[in-house]
Design a protein around this ligand. Structure first.
Ligand code: PXL
Length: 235
């Protein structure tokens, strides 16, 4: 029995557990819970750290476990009001995630995908072109995708630009078609960054001051906040 008639939502987040590194599952879980939702998790892989600066992490992929859990949940008739997808770590995990979204979303359930595969013009270490292609397919199946500019450029099939203007961002958004997109890290002045939201109702740019330092896991935090708030009924 799923619980979509209740005040809080049952949200499944599918991403890796980086045991050290303040990203992915370890930040998404407390945020979704603090938003008041029943937070369910499906770890796709267990890593000693994230892949962005601690050398080569220990990695245990959990793809077979994912498939077994899907079967068990299905047999219990468990359905999710939303599924939030982040870094997955293998092509097999992306394909299994697509299957889970197909089989286990509640009838009005929402699929939210943060591709979490590239930044500053480059794919994350260990993720190849096949992974990127499958993740892009998943983004196009989502109700909302949450790419950064690098990921959006990959999906739009245009070159990434470190220095961009409003024309470049408009072209990016147009090439992503009619999809609902939340584009992160968009600022037109050196001291600003922000979020560009586009849906059928229009386009909105939320600008805020830029902290001149890179923080790992902020995209994962944002995707969890977005999902938690959207599922609370916020616009
Ligand atoms: O924050 C995204 C992320 C999540 N998980 C792992 C990562 C990264 C980004 O590098 O390496 C394992």
């Amino acid at each position: 029995m799923w619980l979509s008639n209740m005040a809080y939502k049952r949200i499944l987040t599918i991403q890796d557990i980086s045991c050290v590194g303040q990203c992915s599952m370890t930040v998404a879980m407390p945020i979704l819970s603090a938003c008041g939702h029943e937070t369910c998790i499906l770890p796709t892989a267990l890593l000693s750290t994230h892949t962005g600066g601690f050398g080569k992490p220990v990695v245990q992929h959990l793809t077979e476990t994912m498939a077994a859990m899907r079967q068990h949940w299905k047999s219990c008739d468990i359905r999710f009001d939303a599924i939030l997808v982040g870094y997955l770590g293998s092509v097999e995990a992306v394909r299994e995630t697509a299957e889970i979204a197909k089989e286990l979303l509640a009838p009005e359930g929402k699929l939210i995908v943060d591709p979490a595969m590239a930044d500053h013009g480059k794919r994350y270490s260990g993720l190849d072109e096949e992974y990127a292609a499958d993740m892009m397919d998943l983004c196009f199946q989502a109700d909302v995708m949450i790419p950064n500019i690098t990921e959006a450029a990959m999906m739009a099939g245009i070159p990434y630009r470190e220095d961009y203007d409003e024309t470049y961002i408009a072209e990016l958004m147009e090439k992503l078609g009619g999809k609902d997109v939340v584009l992160t890290g968009v600022g037109y002045l050196p001291e600003e960054t922000g979020i560009l939201l586009r849906n059928r109702e229009g386009c909105f740019h939320h600008v805020h001051p830029k902290v001149a330092k890179s923080f790992h896991g902020t995209g994962d935090m944002f995707a969890a906040c977005f999902t938690g708030c959207w599922m609370q009924g916020k616009s």
